[in-house]
Design a protein around this ligand. Sequence first.
Ligand SMILES: NC(=O)c1ccc[n+]([C@@H]2O[C@H](COP(=O)([O-])OP(=O)(O)OC[C@H]3O[C@@H](n4cnc5c(N)ncnc54)[C@H](O)[C@@H]3O)[C@@H](O)[C@H]2O)c1
Ligand SMILES: [Fe+2]
Length: 360
Amino acid sequence: MKQFVCNTKIISGENALDALKTLNARKVMVVTDPFFMENGTAAAIAQRTGAAQISYFDKVAPDPSVTLAAEGTGALKAFQPDTLIALGGGSAMDCAKAMAYFSGTDATFVAIPTTSGSGSEVTDFAILTHNGVKHPLVDSRLRPDLAILEASLLEKLPKTLVADTGFDAISHALEAFVALDANAVTDALAKDAFATVLALLPASYGGNTAVRPQIHLASTMAGMAFTQAGLGLCHAIAHALGGAFHLPHGRLNAMLLPAVIECNAHAAADRYARIAAAAGLGGSAETIAVRNLKNALVRLRRELHLPDTLAQAGISPAVVRNRTKELVDAALADPCCATNPMKVEDFMVRRVLGAVAGHG
Ligand SMILES: NC(=O)c1ccc[n+]([C@@H]2O[C@H](COP(=O)([O-])OP(=O)(O)OC[C@H]3O[C@@H](n4cnc5c(N)ncnc54)[C@H](O)[C@@H]3O)[C@@H](O)[C@H]2O)c1
Ligand SMILES: [Fe+2]
């Protein structure tokens, strides 16, 4: 049996934020990070709803912790908004999703992503960190009611964030396409999202803001694909490394993806070849297409000045060696392993970690 569900309403295009006026909100809570609080964006967004009462939970930091989500849950229960707005990247959206989930609120949940990567605005996932381990919460009740894709919020996106988050979107599309729960609908979303982000990311990185709305929508499409199809080994290891070393999630995916393709290629060469062909990277044989795919990702990583290895990202190989058992255990326990195209074994995680550790 195959199924596809997306009950998040998605608003994009010019003046997308006008959708806030249609909510008839009276009591709004905005969950965001200090950056959007201090530059006035959070207040401007809240005021656009026309609500009489507004409260802010603005303490979100990258990779939100269980403790922070619990504090936010308390604030949400105390204020009892009729509308909850998450404004920010995956971290702000995930914190707000967890707050809504744990408080049991029936407030309308609006997600306004300010990065084009996590796809959290349409997914059943919220990733919380506890004691150096990232825990994906997975539940359909985490899915926002409304996602507003407002391109003007991306105009000042710093280059490093364009690169990191763009690679997150690429990894969502690619992992969803080869995942065990993929179906024809998720395939169409994943293929289109992959080809779009791969083609346009260098221009966005170079400062061309005109391409950002397309990348933004593609990132949401990749989120719609992976929340149904599942992810795989790349995300399982990225979560383990992100919990241990607190490196940006997309940067870790950029490092891991070519090594994961290599590892999974026996089981999924035909699928990798199909998505490579969709992005204009096909070849006369599956093995050539898979090689083209890996090479294109390595080229893009370098074009965006992202590190190839953990050593280049500041984590010494000795540290990785010493923590290998803990990293392997965390990756094997991650729910993303369940939909990897081949059963994830201990040796596969070790092989990928060996490939990305680097020298130093
Ligand atoms: N729930 C999901 O489905 C899902 C999927 C993938 C990743 N994630 C999680 O999302 C998190 C990563 O999210 P992210 O990559 O979007 O980054 P983020 O939310 O952690 O933000 C990183 C930094 O970018 C800044 N920032 C965000 N938007 C900006 C803008 N427009 N201009 C300037 N600065 C801006 C933030 O203030 C923050 O300091 C990780 O914790 C990851 O595990 C969740
Ligand atoms: Fe991701």
